[in-house]
Design a protein around this ligand. Structure first.
Ligand code: ST9
Ligand code: ZN
Ligand code: ZN
Length: 325
């Protein structure tokens, strides 16, 4: 189904899209000037406990009911879409517009993913794009796989992240009452959507034990969703093809696209961050695009921005590495 209200964005001149940048693969020159890393032991302990609990949850999987397994997958997608369609494509990049009911739904879904509130997530992500692979990038992939994946959540931020982040315009999010409401009641909404409802619904409707439901639909599903998200920052910043811009690290990574419901087309996304589909290929390995299109069909999403086919082709010819996807 082709989007009806799509904006073909071919207005920007192509040269403006082609800054003179050197490929950034390899060690970072500024590394030796970096202030010493300050480990946040509280986070280290919390993540160790969380991962031990996830390992324990795996041992429960054979004993859960079929409906609980299906439910866990649905909650994974529910929270995942809160991240992909919500704080990533809507709030961080403004690639489409959403009416109030959809924004409320997306904020609830985003709470189910427990990845910081929409405001903090999106602000960090804007800094990531603007200062990608520099000290101001919160999860600078030049500091290695582990740092980009989850290490950045275990240490104090580089001062540049905060300094550059404070210069960004985030007034659009500050003036969105849904974003501010979710931020204010974030802990309550996380309790409700990330752990309480995922645990009690299987217990109430099909008699799953609360224990099993909490560990599998709550903890295990949460940890898997975290790693799927983190893979975009680690794996998709290191491995894959670069059909759109060979000069940058972000790459097209199918495995990540599958796990992250459509967010592994990272060479495309960093080249055309304004595209609501984050990919050239529509619904292909991209359930998030299907979801946004479905919301558009219901009239809840509109003004989806799409880069024109001609512009993509021009760019591929100019800076692509000659591969596909
Ligand atoms: C998590 C997030 O997992 C994951 C995000 C991944 C993003 C992926 C993107 C990929 C594309 C999309 C793909 C989606 C795929 C989804 C697939 C789903 C299936 N600008 O933070 P503090 C200020 S979270 C401006 O304490 P420290 C801040 O406001 C996991 N200002 O820094 C504050 O100011 P003030 C769960 C900024 O002390 C001050 O600085 N959550 C910025 O260095 C201090 O802030 C956790 O684990 C900025 N960018 O601590 C919690 N940043 O004092 C983790 C900060 O005025 N967080 N400021 O209030 C923490 O514990 C801490 O933030 C820290 C850093 C220890 C990491
Ligand atoms: Zn992005
Ligand atoms: Zn990225």
């Amino acid at each position: 189904m082709p989007p009806r209200n799509i904006i073909i964005d071919s207005s920007s001149g192509k040269d403006e899209l082609l800054p003179e940048v050197e490929p950034v693969i390899g060690p970072e020159p500024a590394a030796e000037k970096r202030p010493p890393m300050v480990i946040v032991w509280r986070n280290v302990v919390v993540f160790i406990i969380l991962h031990l609990a996830a390992l324990y949850s795996l041992t429960l999987v054979p004993s859960i009911k079929l409906y609980t397994a299906i439910w866990s997958i649905l909650v994974y997608i529910f929270g995942g879409l809160g991240i992909t369609a919500g704080c990533h494509r809507l709030w961080a990049h403004r690639t489409y517009k959403a009416r109030l009911p959809l924004r409320i739904l997306l904020a609830c879904m985003q709470s189910a993913a427990l990845q910081n509130d929409v405001f903090e997530w999106s602000r960090d992500h804007r800094v990531h794009h603007k200062y990608s692979e520099t000290e101001a990038d919160p999860h600078n992939a030049r500091r290695g796989f582990f740092f980009a994946h989850m290490g950045w959540l275990l240490v104090r931020k580089h001062p540049e992240v905060i300094a550059k982040g404070r210069q960004l315009d985030v007034s659009d999010m500050k003036s969105d009452p849904v974003v501010m409401f979710q931020r204010k009641y974030y802990k309550t909404s996380v309790f409700l959507f990330c752990f309480f409802l995922p645990s009690v619904i299987p217990n109430y409707f099909w008699g799953e034990s609360l224990w099993n439901a909490f560990y599998v639909s709550g903890v295990l599903r949460y940890v898997l969703c975290l790693h799927a998200t983190w893979l975009v920052n680690s794996a998709a910043h290191m491995w894959g093809n670069k059909p759109y811009d060979y000069r940058i690290n972000p790459a097209e990574n199918r495995f990540v696209s599958v796990c992250a419901i459509g967010e592994g087309f990272h060479n495309y996304h960093h080249t055309f961050p304004q595209d609501y589909s984050t990919s050239e290929f529509g619904w292909k390995i991209n359930f998030t695009t299907f979801f946004i299109d479905f919301m558009a069909l219901l009239g809840l999403a509109y003004d989806r921005k799409k880069v024109s086919v001609e512009m993509v082709l021009q760019r591929k010819q100019k800076t692509g590495d000659g591969t596909q996807m």
